[in-house]
Each structure stands twice: as C-alpha cells, then as structure tokens.
Write a protein that binds this ligand. Structure first.
Ligand code: GLN
Length: 486
C-alpha cells in the first residue's frame, strides 16, 4: 500500500483522492514513512515537517468533505530551502541563515498552499543556490537515487532527488542558470524553468535577481504543467512578474506535434558531450520527427559566451544581494563587540567557500575601473545571446538540445574544480540569460543506467508550446516510468 501511494503521479493521486479511494492523511503518511526510510541515505531534506504536513493533510481531507476540490488538495510536495516558508526554518543551505524562521510565506508556495498542497519539508540546495551538485550545501551532500555515490545535480538537487526517490509527488526548485533543469536531467524526472517574470519571486531568497525563477518538478510533464499553472501569474509584490494572464497549461497538452517546427542548435553538440547523451537526444529528435514535427538545424552563434557572461552577471548580482546577510537582521551573529569586526566574523564564518568566491568575483566585476570591461560588456553580450534566440524563433517553435554534457558524476569528482563544475550548466545557461523557457524530459539512460534529459527550449511566455512538445514526446516513450533501484 505504502509503496503504491508513493509511486503515483500527482494526477493519479488527485483522481484517487477525488474518488475517495485514499485520504490526504494516508497519502501524506505514506510519503513521510518513505522519507524516514530512505532519506537517511539520500539526504534530500534539510527539514522534515511531519506534524505540519499531517495537519495540512487532515485539513485537506476536511476541505474535501465540505465539497472543496482545489487542484492540489492533499498533494504532498517538497519545497527547496531557498523559498521562504512561515514558521519553518529556511536556510538556503547556508550557516549564515541557520535557525532563521521566516515570518511570512512567499507567493509561489502560498499559491500551492491555497490550492490545497501539503508541504513535507524543505529540500537541500547548494548554498544560496550556487552550485550544480549540492556539494556546496553548508550542511551535507544529497545523493542521487539512481546511484548513491553520485550527485543529484544542483542546486535544486534535494527537490529533484526527493521526487525521483518517491519521497514527494512533486517539488519546487529555483533556476538561475540551470538549477532546476540540470538536477531534473540527472535524476531522471521532468521539470520546467518558466520564462523570467512568469512566476513571482516574492519569497525567493535572491541569488541573481535578473535570472532567478522558480520552477517545478514532477514525474510527468502533466504534473509539471499542473504545478506551474498553480504558481504562475502576476504578483503586485514582485515588479518583475509579468501582468499577463496564465494560460491553461494542462489544456495545452494535446499530444499533437504535427507541423511543430523544431530547431537543433549545432553549437550544442560539441566535444565533451557524452556520446550516450548525444545518441539519446538525437533519437528523441527523430522520434518527434516521426510524430509529425519538422526538424531543421539552427545556429545560436553566441553560445560559447554564455558561460563567461553568466559568471560575470550572476556573481555581480549575488555580491549585491548577499550584502544583507550581516548577522544583524537574520541568522546567527558572531559578535565581536564592534560593528566591522562583527560583520567580518559573521560573514567569514557563515558563508562557505563558493559563496565567498562569487562575492569576490562579483565585487571585482562591479568595481570602478573594471565595471565597463567586465559587467557592462557581459550585459551587452547577454543581449546578443538573447537576439540569437529571437532570430531562431522566427524560424522554429522550439529548440531541442541536451540538458547536461554528462550524466550524474561522482560525489567529490568536481568538488575541487570550480571550472569543471561550472561547465555542468553549459547547455542551460543561455536560456536563463535570455529569460526564456526551458523544460526537461527523460530521454534515455547511459550504459551505467543513469538518466539522460532532453531540454526543450521555447520563446518567452510560450510555456504552452514547450510543454506540449515535451508531453507529446513523453506520451510516445516510457523513460519516465522507470524508477531508481532503491
Ligand atoms: N550551477 C549554476 C551556478 O552555480 C546555476 C545555479 C542555479 O541555477 N541556481 O550558478
């Protein structure tokens, strides 16, 4: 019974709840049981909120009895620990926020709660979402459910691992340069990073404000679409959220891709790409052609600059955003009596190596004399990257590519080599810089049985087309039905 309930998709669980076959309390308890059985090895959760989850589930059951049929009523989900949750510790994976209990809940999470969702806990992340493996978490590393010696990806590795391991039916993550898409690919699940401005960032603790977006994880594109539809929309508390109506994403999943124009960027099939990934992605493209899509090769000529541009802009913004962590307003204070020594001690002890590296890179790039050469130049090249996509989308509806250059790597393999680590996101950074949509669907496994993810990129605010393409592919394949050997 228990394993059955944790193996459902959100849509299947919703049907069972609606039919009265199961209760939200049963469903939630099954997930908590699985978390307590598996998480000591996987370590996806920084905080598990058993009691709050069971209370919320009981409330959901009550609401249902009263005739409520909210879209996520009684659905247990995991939330990345960079998203603010009232009364529940929120650390960003950093010691500088150890013990911080926010006084409010961010918009996206609140929307999930309003739709009846049950939060199981807060998931592990690289500190302040800076990383690709969860190894930069100040607390511990999350393990990939497909191979416990390997990373789950990052920074939303805890959320992705939780969903892959059946410890949550779905999850929220955040993506600044790939942190939703890369862990989804490495854990063999589906996900979307929506357009910049599609989801409110209110209550998302900022890493790089011009890039950060909340994204959704699920075992199917259908679930990912359902979650996105719940959290999307304009929010007066986030001036960068777009005042646009939210389309019915679930209705977009027609299964029909006849005539869909697919572009395959030649710059994404480069040296260093694991051959099994290239094979799986090319096979997926052929499969979509067989489904009636029209495929052509395209060029995104400024792709090679995405990595350097991202690593100037993101640290620059981070260096400004992280100035607020001073031991006065949030988190522990390492008091030295005087103000400056206290700041120094608090930040010196609270931040980990990667965060310090980014703050130094960012302050350097923004400093007088270097601003024009680095930050301003990076902004200009960012525009060129955006224009590459605009030109491509005159000819094609979506772009298909690998999500990552390799499948899940070993824990420790890249931990001491920041450049190698940064390269994990080489295929996801461009869509973040351009503010456009990127979704991921499982499209195969390598020779070691590790999952491979197909990236579907689409124009800003065209989530419906991206989801339709990803769903149609998923309908025609069964990669997403495999489960890790736990
Ligand atoms: N891995 C990238 C970084 O370290 C992207 C992280 C993210 O999207 N939050 O910055």
């Amino acid at each position: 019974m228990t394993t059955d309930l944790t193996d459902l998709t959100i849509t299947q669980a919703r049907d069972k709840l609606r039919a009265g076959d199961i209760s939200a309390v049963q469903l939630t308890q099954a997930h908590l049981d699985r978390i307590h059985a598996l998480d000591p090895q996987i370590r996806a959760f920084l905080t598990i909120t058993d009691e709050k989850a069971l209370d919320a589930a009981a409330q959901a059951d009550q609401r249902r009895q009263q005739g409520d049929d909210a879209p996520l009523l009684g659905i247990p989900l995991a939330i990345k620990d960079v998203l603010i949750t009232k009364g529940v510790p929120t650390t960003c994976g950093s010691h500088i926020l150890e013990g911080f209990v926010p006084p409010y809940t961010g918009t996206a999470v609140q929307k999930l709660f309003d739709a009846g969702a049950v939060m199981l806990g807060k998931t592990n992340t690289d500190e302040f979402a800076m990383g690709s493996s969860t190894e930069n978490s100040g607390y511990f590393t999350t393990h990939n459910p497909w191979d416990l010696d390997r990373v789950p990806g990052g920074s939303s590795g805890g959320s992705a691992a939780a969903v892959a391991a059946g410890m949550a039916l779905g999850a929220l993550g955040t993506d600044t340069g790939g942190s939703v898409r890369q862990p989804a690919a490495l854990c063999g699940i589906s996900a979307i990073k929506p357009s910049y401005g599609r989801v409110s960032r209110y209550g998302l603790i900022a890493f790089a404000s011009s890039l950060d977006q909340i994204g959704t994880f699920g075992r199917t594109v259908e679930d990912v679409a359902l979650l996105l539809g719940t959290i999307a929309g304009h929010d007066p508390r986030d001036s960068t959220s777009m005042p646009l109506p939210v389309p019915d994403y679930s209705a977009a999943l027609t299964g029909d891709i006849r005539g869909l124009r697919i572009g395959v960027p030649k710059e994404y099939f480069i040296g260093g790409l694991q051959p099994e990934i290239e094979r799986a992605v090319r096979a997926a493209i052929e499969q979509m052609a067989a489904g009636g899509a029209e495929v052509c090769e395209i060029s995104l000529p400024h792709t090679e600059y995405a990595l350097p541009v991202y690593y100037l802009i993101a640290p620059s913004e981070a260096s400004a955003n992280l100035a607020r962590f001073d031991g006065v307003r949030y988190g522990p204070r390492h008091s030295q009596g005087e103000m400056w020594p206290t700041y120094k001690a608090t930040r010196g002890q609270g931040f980990g190596h990667e965060v310090k590296r980014r703050i130094m890179l960012g302050t350097y790039a923004l400093s007088a004399g270097y601003y024009d050469a680095y930050y301003l130049k990076a902004q200009k090249v960012r525009t060129l990257i955006k224009q590459d996509f605009e030109q491509a989308f005159e000819k094609v509806d979506v772009i298909l590519s690998p999500t990552t250059p390799t499948t899940a790597f070993k824990i420790g393999e890249k931990a001491d080599d920041p450049l190698q680590m940064y390269l994990s996101d080489v295929f996801t950074l461009s869509a973040s810089l351009a503010g456009i949509v990127g979704a991921v669907v499982p499209c195969g496994y390598d020779d070691d049985g590790l999952p491979i993810g197909l990236q579907v990129i689409g124009p800003a605010f065209d989530e419906p087309t991206v989801l339709r393409a990803a769903h149609a592919y998923q309908q025609a394949t069964d990669w997403h039905t495999r489960r890790p050997p736990l």
